[in-house]
Design a protein around this ligand. Structure first.
Ligand SMILES: Cc1cc2nc3c(=O)[nH]c(=O)nc-3n(C[C@H](O)[C@H](O)[C@H](O)COP(=O)(O)OP(=O)(O)OC[C@H]3O[C@@H](n4cnc5c(N)ncnc54)[C@H](O)[C@@H]3O)c2cc1C
Length: 396
């Protein structure tokens, strides 16, 4: 594993930094830094700027339009991306479904879907979870029954992130009830504007609209949208989940957050002339987070350079990254103190000006703290990752 940075790596870092300072839309960065919730158009503009230089899909092979970074470059790129305050990618298309399409899809499916993902013409949603099938995903009941050239899909998906923006959805559906429950699952994609699809918003505890319930009522899906073999969806889904889990590291964001916390705390009075930044328990919490960031960085870089075929390390890193995100956002919320106890509507550009007596970062700190609670649930809950690790290690 190469941990040291070469001159070429340092030059690459400068190049990426310069891109975010000059070619990425600065108004999008500015609003993101001010805690304004982004619009779909903000995402399209940010992603289009990245695509214009061939950097939208760092993980894809070059032949499909990927950036062609080596593991260290990818690592540097992702850190600079988050450090710049650019909007996170909409992951469902670029990070989650695209690898399944280019690995298992037909030539026609690749041609139909991949260019639209790269050009941000199509946003995607992930339809895995159901009301009775979350951790135990193989129990899913949404059915897809063959009817000539189509499948008729019926059921309900839940916690479907950003389905309100999605043009397409990829779903796990049950095409057979015979044999092991994993064997009757297929992987199918379809447009969100087909008749019979209803998207119902679920507002989360931070006040944002991120989640949805998607009801599928006799949706007629052409069979050409089935990926790979009927009944092999469980295998494809697992390929996807492994990639999804490593995408939670967000090291640049974590470092940026810790730097902001330290900076804010230096000016937060505790009384008798003392500042939060000099409080010993606060400093110990900062030190713990700082060490955890360094350890996570080492682990992620190692996994990128030499992937662990057992998948144990990915589960371990998912737990470490998501718990650290919770620790950091908790530290920030503590710094916000009583100013954090306000709900604000951050869809409006001037939300902060409407609250002149409250530091603008404080309500954002609380909202991030609240939403970060979900990190140890989605993409496979912490307890499930521990089960995976235990099973694979004990079997080994
Ligand atoms: C913000 C957010 C975004 C999401 N986005 C999407 C999305 O876009 N698409 C999608 O398909 N899904 C999405 N999900 C759903 C997510 O994948 C599920 O919430 C997750 O898999 C857990 O399932 P569940 O909510 O049904 O909880 P359950 O499976 O009911 O789990 C409840 C608790 O029991 C524990 N538990 C369950 N089984 C075991 C076990 N065998 N051993 C030990 N402990 C166990 C869990 O760890 C958890 O703490 C999202 C969830 C959230 C919170």
């Amino acid at each position: 594993m190469r941990l040291e940075r070469s001159q070429a790596d340092l030059e690459f870092r400068q190049k990426v930094r310069a891109f975010f300072e000059t070619q990425y839309p600065q108004d999008v960065i500015d609003r993101n830094r001010r805690g304004v919730l982004p619009t779909r158009d903000d995402h399209v503009r940010g992603q289009s700027a990245l695509n214009a230089v061939g950097w939208l899909a760092p993980g894809w092979p070059k032949e499909h339009g990927g950036a062609g970074f080596d593991p260290v470059q990818r690592f540097i790129f992702e850190q600079e991306y988050e450090r710049a305050g650019a909007l996170p990618l909409q992951p469902m298309g670029i990070i989650y479904v695209a690898p399944v399409i280019y690995t298992f899809g037909t030539a026609a499916q690749k041609a139909m879907w991949l260019p639209d993902i790269l050009e941000s013409r199509a946003f995607w949603a992930q339809g895995y979870s159901e009301p009775e099938a979350g951790s135990d995903l193989a129990s899913l009941r949404t059915s897809a029954v063959r009817d000539g050239e189509n499948f008729i899909v019926n059921g309900e998906k839940i916690w479907t992130s950003m389905a309100q923006w999605a043009d397409w959805i990829f779903c796990l559906v049950r095409t057979s009830t015979e044999g092991r429950k994993q064997e009757g699952i297929s992987f199918i994609c379809f447009p969100m504007n087909l008749p019979g699809i209803t998207v119902q918003p679920i507002i989360s505890i931070d006040g944002s609209h991120h989640l949805n319930r998607v009801v599928l009522d006799n949706v007629k899906v052409p069979s050409e949208y089935l990926i790979g073999e009927e009944g092999a969806g469980w295998h494809y889904a697992n390929v996807l989940l492994a990639r999804e889990r490593l995408s939670y590291a967000h090291l640049g964001e974590k470092k940026d957050l810790l730097a902001q916390i330290i900076q804010r705390a230096a000016a937060i009075p505790l009384g008798e002339g003392r500042m939060l930044g000099s409080d010993s328990s606060f400093r110990a919490h900062v030190a713990r987070c700082s060490i955890a960031i360094a350890a996570l960085e080492h682990g992620v870089l190692g996994e990128l350079a030499e992937p662990d075929a057992s998948g144990v390390k990915v589960s371990m890193l998912k737990i470490a990254a998501t718990q650290l995100a919770q620790d950091l956002t908790e530290l920030f919320r503590l710094a916000a103190g009583e100013f954090g106890h306000v709900y604000v509507d951050r869809t409006v550009d001037d939300w902060a000006q409407r609250l002149p007596t409250i530091p603008a970062w404080a309500p954002v700190a609380t909202a991030n703290y609240l939403f970060a609670r979900a990190q140890t649930i989605y993409g496979g809950a912490t307890e499930i990752q521990k089960n995976i690790m235990a099973k694979r290690l004990i079997r080994a």
